[in-house]
Write a protein that binds this ligand. Structure first.
Ligand SMILES: Nc1ncnc2c1ncn2[C@@H]1O[C@H](COP(=O)(O)OP(=O)(O)OP(=O)(O)O)[C@@H](O)[C@H]1O
Ligand SMILES: [Mg+2]
Length: 341
């Protein structure tokens, strides 16, 4: 896996600078930004730039586990700590010792555990569940969230004292729509990257209209959405489908569509009320259409990934950045048969 933070926008240049400065210090870092803006990339780069680069980088997704599991995941437990604790299990804080513990989605951590985490950060020690011995924390704590923590604190969902502990150094990544000058650069980068992975020899270029729309679009899924859109185009998705989807998303999210610079596909023009009254039953809801289009696209991308990897599901799931299990279920759901080579 390669980790790069591309961009010429001053905010990104500043983040790259900050990474080199902060990585020497091991001060707690809080990375904030909307989904897909590159928070994990920044965390990985901090690790790689630091003297801890040869030590572990342990990621804990604080949103993925229920309270008790998350607690034992972070702090571990002693044998017999609770029913089913048949042997000692070290926590991620211990495993990450001298390395990095990346608390991803920290804004989703339950309040009870926020209190425990605060206490651990304050004392620099913790004890395993069911344990009495204190274990020293040596891990460098890097946290990330896409929440607006100011709002969460005001509304009592996030502890202010914990916020100040985590927020020693703050790295805030702006959404892609606020650094539009980087869109073209990132588009070219993802074209090259996906061509390489998919072993596509032919050159590829966005047509003028789509390239304008890429610039106008508000990219709610940020860099990740840009990457997957480029991938969809490379595997042969119809550019008009994507244009239509973008224009609809912009409308739905209240972003103005400049009809002078972007030609609007015919399908998006509203039917006249006469047409509507003539055939209301033939008009499917936008949601249905979108769901159907998504399934169609998913099936194509998955088939392509499977073809590219000789139907090796493990490799294909890595290519698609989903878990093996998720790929398995998706294949089943979409009716894609296994094909042995
Ligand atoms: N500036 C960038 N240059 C190159 N690639 C980037 C950049 N920012 C993000 N990416 C790529 O975009 C994808 C999403 O990035 P990442 O997983 O770091 O986002 P995130 O902020 O952690 O998202 P989420 O909140 O959804 O977890 C990754 O494939 C990453 O490599
Ligand atoms: Mg992430």
């Amino acid at each position: 896996m390669e980790y790069v933070l591309l961009g010429n926008h001053p905010s990104i240049e500043k983040i790259r600078e900050l990474i080199t400065v902060v990585s020497d210090t091991a001060f707690n870092v809080l990375i904030t930004g909307e989904t897909g803006t590159g928070k994990e990339v920044v965390a990985r780069l901090l690790h790689l730039a630091s003297p801890r680069r040869n030590r572990k980088f342990i990621k804990v997704n604080c949103a993925a586990l229920p309270l008790t599991l998350l607690e034992s995941e972070l702090f571990g437990y002693e044998k017999g700590a609770f029913t089913g604790a048949e042997r000692f299990k070290p926590g991620k804080f211990e495993i990450a010792s001298d390395g990095v513990i990346f608390l991803d989605e920290v804004g989703d951590m339950p309040l009870v555990l926020q209190a425990k985490l605060l206490q651990v950060l304050q004392s620099g020690e913790f004890s395993r569940l069911g344990g009495t011995k204190d274990v020293k924390v040596n891990a460098w704590v890097i946290a990330a969230t896409n929440h607006n923590l100011d709002k969460d604190m005001r509304e009592g969902r996030f502890r202010e004292d914990l916020f100040y502990r985590l927020n020693i150094i703050r790295i805030e990544i702006p959404p892609l729509r606020e650094r539009k000058e980087d869109i073209a650069l990132l588009t070219d980068y993802f074209i090259q990257k996906h061509r390489r992975v998919l072993r596509i020899k032919e050159r590829f270029k966005l047509d003028g209209d789509l390239s304008k729309l890429f610039h106008e679009y508000h990219w709610p899924g940020n860099v990740r959405e840009l990457s997957s859109t480029v991938l969809r185009l490379l595997v042969g998705d119809d550019p008009d489908t994507i244009r239509l989807e973008f224009l609809r998303n912009m409308e739905a999210d209240g972003f103005p569509v400049d009809k002078n610079t972007i030609s609007v596909p015919r399908e998006i023009v509203e039917p006249s009320s006469e047409e509507e009254s003539r055939a209301p039953e033939s008009l499917r809801s936008l949601k249905d259409l979108k769901a159907q289009a998504t399934r169609h696209i998913e099936a194509r991308v998955i088939r392509h990934a499977l073809e590219a990897t000789g139907w090796n599901k493990r490799k294909a799931s890595r290519l698609l950045k989903i878990s093996y299990k998720a790929l398995f279920y998706k294949m089943k759901d979409l009716g894609i048969e296994n094909r042995q080579q």
